[in-house]
Design a protein. Structure first.
Length: 116
């Protein structure tokens, strides 16, 4: 289930990213930050899935399970929601950091005087 959600969150991120990119191209300026739009869409999808997971947990008759099983069920359901979200957010932040570092390196190399 976690792998399926990881794929779904990745697709949702790219839908938000490409949607913001298309909006920026139509507006001919940076109207919406593309990565931010993708992350907001992923967070919204995660919130909706989290809501339905909590509803499913509340619908279960948890009294019939032992305390150990109750903890395991709740832990598995919450991990299935939060683990793929964490992976997607870490990868997006890593890509943003890498791009910022590349941009700073280009700016530094452009400001160095070759005649000095």
């Amino acid at each position: 289930m976690a792998v399926t959600l990881l794929i779904i969150y990745t697709v949702v991120y790219f839908v938000g990213y490409c949607g913001a990119l298309g909006l920026n191209l139509l507006a001919k300026r940076d109207l919406v930050p593309t990565r931010t739009a993708g992350v907001i869409l992923v967070l919204a999808a995660c919130a909706v899935y989290f809501f339905f997971t909590i509803q499913a947990l509340l619908a279960l008759n948890m009294e019939r399970f032992s305390n150990h099983d109750q903890g395991r069920i709740v832990g598995e359901m919450l991990a299935n929601v939060l683990l793929p979200l964490t992976v997607v957010l870490i990868l997006v932040s890593f890509a943003a950091r890498r791009e910022r570092h590349r941009r700073n390196t280009e700016q530094r190399s452009a400001t160095i005087d070759p005649n000095a």
